[in-house]
Design a protein around this ligand. Sequence first.
Ligand code: FES
Length: 104
Amino acid sequence: MIALRFIARDGTVHDSHAVEGTTLLAAAQAADQPLEGTCDGDMACATCHVLIDPEDFDRLPRASAAEEDMLDLAYATTRTSRLACQITLTAALDGLTVRMPPGH
Ligand code: FES
């Protein structure tokens, strides 16, 4: 199991676990986080935009060019923005901290 920490806009912390191989979007939705994921991972909506904790960001595989293009259209992105649907959870991501961006 992969440990995850979700932090809401109001600072509420929600610790959760997900099975390896799950997407971060599915794990977040299972943990009742407010990510719509409208396009089901087709990189067509950016409603799965999350802010990765800066200390964890370099543990993630780099975003694809297509993901970067979609992030350009997302609201309130930062240097550590990612699309949760494009992140597959592996042991290397155990303990990831993920914040909900403004607008959620
Ligand atoms: Fe639509 Fe991630 S679910 S871009």
